[in-house]
Design a binder for this molecule. Sequence first.
Ligand code: B16
Ligand code: MG
Length: 233
Amino acid sequence: MYNQMFRMREVEIRACIFDLDGVIVDTAKYHFSAWRRLANSLGFDFTEAQNETLKGVSRMKSLELILEMGGVEKSEEERIALAAKKNDWYLELINEMDESEILPGIQPFLDGLQAEGIKIGLGSASKNAPTILDKVGLTSYFETIIDGSKTTKGKPHPQVFLLGAEALGVSPENVLVFEDAPKGVEAAKAGGMFCIGIGEQEVLGKADYVMPGFDGVDTGIFEKLSTTVGTDK
Ligand code: B16
Ligand code: MG
């Protein structure tokens, strides 16, 4: 799995901050379903490929982009009502979630972090993040939860991760962020943090390292991070 060199050689990781959608759970499929329903109700279609471009993007910004895709104009007031409608449909879907939706390897990895005294935080654009963590039973792992209701600037701005690092009392250079969206990777790097991309190298090339997921990954990854004799990619 570790088929590439890390960008950095000496790393001391004291905290890990996790993105939610696409890292801990796959809620992108539920966002897609709710956005598609909204687009269809407005008379146009919305594809899975278009949905990909909205990963890590806030609710209102996503709506703006979708309306542009459909060539539809709406007033500010109408946009607020449409976003609320989409969120109601999204909540219906996430209401059915349980621990079976935690992505493979996440829980053992969180257990490993706790055992090693590494702090754990969440950094998500989603205002529904606390609800989702509760649904899947992971809330107690997180010392801080920075969600879309606590930020004023969306990814790729580093605010969400900087607030997370501050809340955990750890300097950005000692924080490792896990992200599945290119905008999230940019945010972590802009904040001066290490970043492991979850997904494909071609998409997440700006991360310090990319892996497909947490299945079979343990905290030995930190040793790997600090001992790999690598050169800059
Ligand atoms: P909500 P993340 C992001 O979560 C999603 O990737 C993005 O698709 C969504 O629009 C955004 O949260 C806002 O979500 O409507 O629930 O507030 O990947 O940053 O965990
Ligand atoms: Mg994500």
